[in-house]
Write a new protein. Sequence first.
Lengths: 315, 318
Amino acid sequence: MTGSVSGSVSGSMGGLRNREGEAAYDITWPWSDGPLPPGLTCVFRVKNEARNLPWVLPPMLEAVQHVVLVDNGSDDGTPEVAREVVERIGASDRFTSTSYPFTVSRAGDEHLHTPPDSVHSLTYFYNWSFAQVRTAYSMKWDGDMVLTREGVELLRDLSWQLHDSGAVVAIPRHPMTVESDSVAWLDLGFRFLEPWIYPMGPEFTFVKAFEWEVREFPDTSERVVAPEGMCVELKWLDQDEFAHWSTTSFDAVRTPRKARELEVYRALSEGRGESVDGLLRVEAPEGVHVIDHVTRTWMASAPRPLVKRPDSVEA
Amino acid sequence: VSSRRVVLVVGSGRSGSSALAGGLQALGMHVPPPEVPPDEAGLRGSAESQWVVDLHTELLERANVGITDARPAAWFETGKLAANGLLRTRITEWMRPQFAPLPDLEGEPELVLKDPRMGWFLGLWRAAAMRCDATPAHLTTLRHVTQVVGTRDRPTARTAAWVNMMLHTERATRGSLRAYVRYDDLLADWTIPLFRVGTDLGLRAVTEASANSMRKVHQFVDPDLHRARHTWSDLPVPPRLREIAEESWQALSGLADPDGDTAEVHLTLDQLREAYVELYDEAEGIASSTADAARREGAAATAAESGEPKGLKRLLGR
C-alpha cells in the first residue's frame, strides 16, 4: 500500500511516493517486512557539518548501535570527513552514509509553502531519511550536537532498555557558542527540551508543521525526560548560524528557541556576552580544546541544576 | 580516565558477591559506613552500605520492581528512574564526601558499593561516579544458576529472575571497565582472581596490598562456605528455560577467563537475551489470566481497606 503525505502519514504501512515522480526516492517503510531487530540508530541529516563531525560522531558511535548520515548537498567535504572519522575509530561496520540530492526548503516560510509529499519538503526528507533505519528505535540528531560523557552512558543504557517500551525520550540541549579554541559561551539561561528518540513504526512518522516537520507519536506513548548536561549544541561565533532560515525575524512566541539564539548570537558578536542573563563563559585549560573540556570534564562537575531559571522552551 | 575508582558489585545475589566485596574491603578498599549489620545468614557481614541498600529499596518500590524480577520490561521501569536528574544529583552528593581521606589510609579511598539490587540502577551510579571525577568499574561474581536458585520455593521464577538479571547486567556493563569472577575460583584460591581483578580494574588496594591485608582476606574468605551442590535434576524448571539458563551460564562463565570478554561471546549473549525475552512474552501471554485475577484481588483488598461495601452488600448496593 502506498500512502500520501497530504496531511498525516500515520497508518501508511508500505511507503510513500513523491509528487515529482522521483521513483528512486520513494519511501519504503522498513517495518513493512516485519518487526525490526532491537537497537537504536541515530540519524543525522546534514549539510556542511565537516567542521563539527569530528566532535559529534565519535561519542555518538560509542552510544548507539548504528549511525545513518544523510548528506544534503554539502560542499565542504562533509561525507568524506564523516568516513575518515568513522574509519579512524574503527566503526565503519556500524555506519551508513547516503545522500539526498534535492534542495530542501528552509525552515520557516519556505517550508510552510512546500507540499509535504514533495521531495523538497522537510517532512518528506525526514521520512525518507528515517526509512533507512534498520533497528526498532531511532533518534534524530543534529550534526552540531555533541554528547557529553554522561550523555554517552545514558544513551548506551537507553539503547537496550527502551526496547518494546513504546516510550519517547526528550533530551535537553545546551547551546554553546565557540569563540576560540579555548573559550566558549554556554547558554544556561533557558531549558531547550525536545523529543529526540522514538520507536520505529507507522505511528511514529513525520508530518508537516508550520515552521518545520514534527514526528508523530500516540498519546499512549510514555515520555521519558533525560537530565540536563547530556549534550551541547555547537555554534561558531565566526559562522552565520542562521543561514538555513528563510527569515531572521523570529516570533518570540512561535519560535522562542530561535529568538533566544539570535539574541545570544548578536550579543556575542558585539562583544557583550556578559550582559546576557544565563550566558556563561567557559575557558579550557591550556592545550585542551574547549569543546573537549566542556563535554568531557566541565559538564560533569558543574553544579546542578545547570539551568537556574524555571522557564522552559520546548520544541 | 580518572584514577579515582568506584567498584560497583553487580549481578545476582547468593553468588559470592559478599565474599568478593569483603575481600576487597579487607585489602583496604572502602565500604562507606554504616554497613548493613551481619545477620544469621551472613555472619561475616555483607560489605553493603546501608545508605545504598535503603536507596535501592526505595527506588524499587517506586518502580514497582522486585529485587529478583524476571520481567524484561522491569529494566525500562528502573531505567526511567536512572535517567532522573534529581536522583543523579542526590547520589552524587552522597558519593562525593566518601572520597575524603581516611585516618588509617594513605591517599584517597577507593570505594566498593555492593547490593544485590545494584544492577537495576547502574546508570545512576555511573553518572554519580563521573560527576565525582571517578571511573566506575563493574565486578560480577558468577555462580552456577542451580546453586544460586537452590531447592527453595518457586525455582522456575527464581531461575527466570537469574537469567533476566545476569543477561541484562552483562548488557548494561558491556564496553565499560568490568571484570567477572567465578565463585568456585574465588573459593579455590582467591589470590588468582582477586589479583587479576585488581590489575584489570586498576585497584591500588589490590596491586599495592600489604602482607597484613592479605592475611585478613584469608580470614574472611572461608573455602568451606556454601558448598551446596544442586543440579538441574534437583530443580523442576521447564526445559526451554533450563536450556537458556544453562547456555547463559556457559557463556557468562567464559567472561571470567583471561581475554574471555570477546565480541563472539557478546553475540551469543545477545541471542540468549532475545530468546529469553521471547520466552517470557510467551509465558506472560499464557499466564495473563493469573495476573488479571491477582490484579482483581489486589483491587478488592484496597477497596476493603477503604471501607467500600463488598461481597453481597456490594451486589445489593448496600
